[in-house]
Write a protein that binds this ligand. Structure first.
Ligand code: SAH
Length: 349
């Protein structure tokens, strides 16, 4: 078929073996496939022309047959506190957001897994965007590469951690998220330790069991926000499909096999979950599976139905959790001035 009339394939959808086969079919050495694979992943090269150890003819052959659908950072915003938010343009023009969060000891990338989200948690800005599509593995990988480069440039250190807490529900894009993590953690990719990666989910029991069965080695965080079904269902419709008991059972299954504590993410809201009864329910839940709690500050996104609870309520939670020897961290928002904080990602920039 003459060049130009066919739809070119995204070269990064090919595995290494596919690339090797491509070259042998072209009468070249399979080893070329390894070289190109290294350019594509380890070196995160987005242009065939830049693949300098490949001959010009071979680079043209690649360009005639394939495209590289890399992401582009469309707009970068820097917060007063060093947080960077990227509006990332995908090859089809859609936009997602990803964030770099620096602290004294680490830099963390918060990446998106879907364009928009289908889950309708009613405190989250991303829920207002309808789910458009899943990200491909390479689009997730590229966000990490972009943030690693920014981390080196602006903070003089390599990226140290990754959290899947950007837009979308990672467990509803299971295959691509796991493929991305595989690439991020392999020596042929970014060679990062899975211990430094955390996947945050609304809590889909069936998929948590699948993660367990698949033997993943990264960390799991669950957006709990309430350990009382009636309260949780009101703000997170997913809880009506699978309640707290079902979730707990999946989490116990996870712990039994991985021996990894679960992190519960939890926002305390005024008049919603700020009473002693709410805190006691959380303690009781945490006691049933090895876990720790991240109390996250609420980032207001709406008309005021949800409001951050008083300092006293957060302190009450902290005291009760500590008394019961449950690990607790109180997290303050970062990058609020640029709408980069949890739940604020909504393509506003
Ligand atoms: N879908 C995944 C990951 C995206 S949300 C999940 O639900 O975990 C990342 C975290 O931000 C979740 O814990 C979510 O509950 C929390 N979050 C959402 N909106 C928020 C807001 N307005 N303020 C603070 N945290 C919020």
């Amino acid at each position: 078929m003459p060049v130009g009339t066919k739809t070119k394939k995204d070269i990064r959808s090919l595995c290494k073996e596919d690339l090797r086969t491509f070259f042998t079919e072209q009468g070249q050495r399979a080893f070329r496939g390894n070289q190109v694979y290294e350019w594509l992943w380890k070196k995160a090269c987005y242009s065939f022309d830049d693949m300098t150890n490949i001959s010009k003819e071979t680079r043209e052959l690649l360009a005639d047959n394939f495209v590289i659908n890399n992401i582009e950072v469309d707009k970068m915003q820097r917060s007063e506190d060093g947080t960077i938010k990227n509006a990332v343009r995908l090859h089809d023009g859609l936009i997602v957001e990803s964030v770099l969060i620096p602290t004294d000891t680490r830099t963390t990338a918060c990446v998106s897994s879907q364009v928009g989200c289908s889950l309708d948690c009613n405190f989250c800005a991303t829920a207002r965007l309808k789910r458009m599509r899943n990200l491909n593995a390479d689009e997730i990988y590229d966000q990490v590469v972009a943030i690693d480069r920014q981390s080196r440039l602006y903070h003089n250190k390599a990226l140290s951690n990754i959290v899947f807490m950007g837009m979308g529900e990672p467990l509803l894009n299971y295959k691509n998220v796991l493929a991305a993590i595989e690439k991020i953690t392999t020596e042929e990719g970014l060679n990062m330790s899975p211990k430094r990666i955390t996947l945050s989910t609304v809590g889909i029991p069936k998929m948590i069991k699948k993660l367990t069965d698949d033997g993943v080695r990264f960390n799991l965080a669950v957006s709990l926000h309430s350990a009382i079904d009636a309260v949780r269902s009101k703000m997170m419709p997913i809880n009506e499909k699978s309640d707290l008991n079902e979730l707990l059972e999946a989490l116990q299954y996870w712990y039994a096999k991985t021996k990894k504590k679960i992190t519960f993410e939890y926002v305390v809201w005024k008049n919603i979950n700020d009473t002693r009864k709410d805190a006691d329910a959380l303690v009781a839940y945490c006691k049933r599976v090895p876990s720790k709690v991240n109390l996250i500050e609420y980032n207001a996104i709406d008309d005021g139905y949800f409001q951050q609870a008083d300092v006293a309520a957060v302190a009450m939670y902290k005291t009760i959790l500590e008394k019961n020897s449950i690990g607790i961290t109180v997290r303050h928002s970062r990058g609020k001035d640029i709408d980069a904080a949890c739940g604020q990602l909504a393509n506003k920039s």
